[in-house]
Design a protein around this ligand. Structure first.
Ligand code: DLL
Length: 434
């Protein structure tokens, strides 16, 4: 099986732990010297860099939070002078205020390595034509995939996101073998290809999708529509961008590149570290990042880690698909609801509904209202009213079973829910605006 850096990717765990320990000690020392906020948090805990001797001491260290990036906007958390920063990226997040991250030359090189490892792990080579339909610009998606693809010598088609017609024509004309974008946009492209009757003209064999939560059912739906294998890639701007973790050809969880990032799962309430296998909030420590390192960063992503060895031979731990973010979780009438649970029910229902949906929550007379608009396929739309009503009833019953509360399902006309070329907007929570 091809590997980009076999020695590191298959490093025995004991050795990996030693490497992590050395790098963690290095990182803590330089951050203590160079990042005022980190030094203050260490001092508040009565900790000195010398107290950290190995990864076993990780849990002594203070956490960091998204709010820190906002408070120290734009460059206040960088650990090198800006002279050494060769690139910045930014993300607007849900609350609107941007966060800024910076990279040194080495950071960019390491990022390229992470992506190169993934592309090789799923069998791509310099023979592939990789259409990067993630947005280029301050978002990390476009440039992240782009540089990694060049690193393995593949031909990059840097089309960026949007302009669906042009995406399809380019895919056909340039004989793209790989498509990279968000899963919701891949689904949309799949529909558009089908409508244009171009499915047979595609040379695609694989897709690399991420930047938002997606279910296994969504994976199958995309695979069917585009006749490809769909691979998951995870990352976040604060830690690097895409490629912090990614699937190998086994597709049994995403390998976290542990020579660069140390993952932990914690209970988001008690902040206690949880054993492997348990679900909780993912926390990352960057141990090679120079420009903008973070210690114990609370990602808000909910998932679990798989410690068992992977069949592919890589020793780096795997993370399961994140099921959502703790801050995306809706509390409706006191019940916790993740949008991904709804997506799963919709895709399993089939029968002429599409995975295009929008959740609308409001509060009327002190009671939460919970409505879900779900798009019908053209064929269902053309069907009689009774079958539409029956389907609405079926979905309502299934959702009640899964979530424990009732939602009003509205099957809406094909193409009536706005499509996104990047991350899909699944939730409209009107309760916050009031
Ligand atoms: O979305 C980086 C990225 C680009 C990842 C392209 C993959 C592909 P941000 O905009 O900072 O960065 O958003 C990061 O997106 O904390 C997760 O909540 C979510 N996310 C990213 N990848 C996945 C995934 C990019 N594969 C936030 N599955 C993260 C589920 C994901 N959620």
């Amino acid at each position: 099986m091809a590997m980009w850096q076999k020695e590191i990717e298959t490093m025995p765990r004991e050795e990996l732990k030693k490497l992590q320990s050395e790098r963690l000690v290095w990182q803590v020392n330089r951050m203590y010297r160079n990042v005022e906020l980190f030094r203050r948090r260490m001092d508040e805990k009565g900790l000195k860099p010398d107290d950290i001797k190995s990864v076993d001491d990780l849990s002594k260290l203070p956490f960091s939070y998204k709010q820190d990036l906002r408070d120290y906007y734009p460059y206040g958390l960088f650990a090198v002078p800006t002279d050494d920063i060769v690139r910045v990226h930014a993300s607007s997040g849900t609350t609107g205020k941007k966060i800024v991250v910076g990279y040194t030359k080495n950071d960019i090189k390491n990022w390229d390595t992470c992506i190169a490892r993934m592309l090789t792990a799923i069998g791509l080579t310099n023979k592939d034509f990789i259409q990067v339909a993630f947005g280029y610009g301050l978002f990390t998606g476009g440039f992240g995939l782009h540089n990694g693809a060049e690193t393995i010598g593949a031909t990059v088609i840097p089309i960026s996101s949007g302009n669906t017609h042009n995406q399809i024509q380019t895919m056909v004309d340039f004989k793209s073998t790989v498509l990279c974008c968000t899963p919701s946009y891949a689904m949309y492209l799949g529909e558009a290809v089908e409508e244009a009757g171009m499915t047979d003209n595609l040379c695609l064999k694989a897709g690399i999708f991420g930047a938002e939560p997606w279910t296994e059912d969504m994976r199958r739906a995309i695979e069917e529509k585009l006749r490809i294998k769909a691979y998951d890639i995870y990352g976040l701007s604060e830690i690097m961008g895409p490629g912090v973790a990614c699937e190998c050809s086994e597709q049994a969880g995403m390998h976290v590149w542990e020579d660069m990032f140390i993952p932990e799962i914690i209970d988001p309430e008690t902040e206690e570290v949880l054993p492997y296998g348990e679900q909780g909030e993912l926390v990352f420590t960057t141990i090679t990042k120079e420009g903008f390192p973070l210690i114990r960063y609370r990602t808000r992503d909910m998932c679990s880690l798989i410690a068992e060895p992977c069949k592919c031979g890589r020793t780096h731990i795997r993370m399961k698909k994140p099921c959502g973010r703790s801050d995306d979780m809706l509390i409706i009438r006191g019940v916790n609801v993740f949008p991904s649970q709804i997506e799963e029910v919709l895709l399993q229902t089939g029968g002429g509904i599409t995975p295009n949906y929008q959740i609308i929550v409001d509060r009327v007379n002190n009671t939460d209202t919970f409505d879900i608009n779900v798009e019908m396929s053209e064929s269902l739309f053309a069907d009689d009213v009774r079958s539409v009503e029956n389907l609405e009833k079926t979905i309502t019953a299934k959702l009640r079973e899964v979530l424990g509360i009732g939602a009003k399902i509205h099957l809406v006309n094909p193409k009536s829910i706005e499509r996104s070329e990047g991350k899909a907007k699944r939730v409209i929570d009107k309760r916050n605006i009031k």
